[in-house]
Design a protein around this ligand. Structure first.
Ligand SMILES: Nc1ncnc2c1ncn2[C@@H]1O[C@H](COP(=O)(O)OP(=O)(O)OP(=O)(O)O)[C@@H](O)[C@H]1O
Ligand SMILES: O=C(O)C1=C[C@@H](O)[C@@H](O)[C@H](O)C1
Ligand SMILES: [Mg+2]
Length: 171
């Protein structure tokens, strides 16, 4: 076990899950997404974990999912948007090939409006997203080996930029 080939971090709507899938395809590796791992561990969708058990419980499960994935996955790893809030997770990410997918507020809000429900953005998503990002930007930057902008780039272009920035070879 050599550890993940690439780890994606960034706020909701940055494209971690979407770009992670493309990277996995291009690298010929499997994709693991800690949001999916947490849902499997809890046996229910993320919004239900938040509403029934609280964000604190969600963060505990998330930290556990990240620890387990970092120790047991050689492929592409997409982290939940708030995973970097955990001190232990940031310490584990140190020295790994981590790419921070950056996105502007206007694009992120457009993108997250499109699909899965995100409990933290359920009410006043613009303001909530801005507040989240103010608190988290320094944390994303702290763990990132590469910062990759997603503005005016398709998911395929973002994936190519990640490969380039981290100097990863495709299969
Ligand atoms: N570069 C891009 N350009 C346009 N749309 C995009 C781009 N990247 C992702 N999207 C779209 O934005 C939405 C959110 O993407 P995705 O679920 O991959 O984000 P995420 O970073 O995994 O969010 P979360 O932290 O909530 O899991 C999806 O509908 C996806 O198709
Ligand atoms: O930014 C966040 O805190 C979150 C992002 C999603 O990936 C999920 O992990 C969950 O909806 C919380
Ligand atoms: Mg995702």
């Amino acid at each position: 076990m050599t550890g993940p080939a690439v780890v994606l971090v960034g706020p909701p709507g940055a494209g971690k899950t979407t770009v992670g899938a493309l990277l996995a395809e291009r690298l010929g590796l499997s994709l693991r997404d800690t949001d999916a791992d947490v849902e499997r561990m809890a046996g229910k969708p993320i919004p239900e974990i938040f509403f029934q058990d609280g964000e604190r419980r969600f963060r505990q499960l998330e930290a556990e999912a990240v620890r387990s994935a970092l120790g047991g996955h050689d492929g592409v790893l997409s982290l939940g948007g708030g995973a970097v809030l955990d001190d232990g997770t940031r310490a584990l990410l140190s020295g790994l090939p981590v790419a921070f997918l950056d996105v502007a507020l206007s694009d992120a809000v457009k993108r997250v409006g499109l699909d899965a429900p995100r409990p933290l953005l359920a009410v006043n998503p613009r303001q909530q997203w801005r507040t989240l990002m103010e608190a988290r930007r320094p944390l994303y930057l702290q763990v990132a080996r590469a910062v990759v902008g997603t503005q005016d780039r398709t998911p395929a272009e973002v994936a190519a930029a990640v490969l380039d920035a981290l100097e990863l070879r495709t299969a």
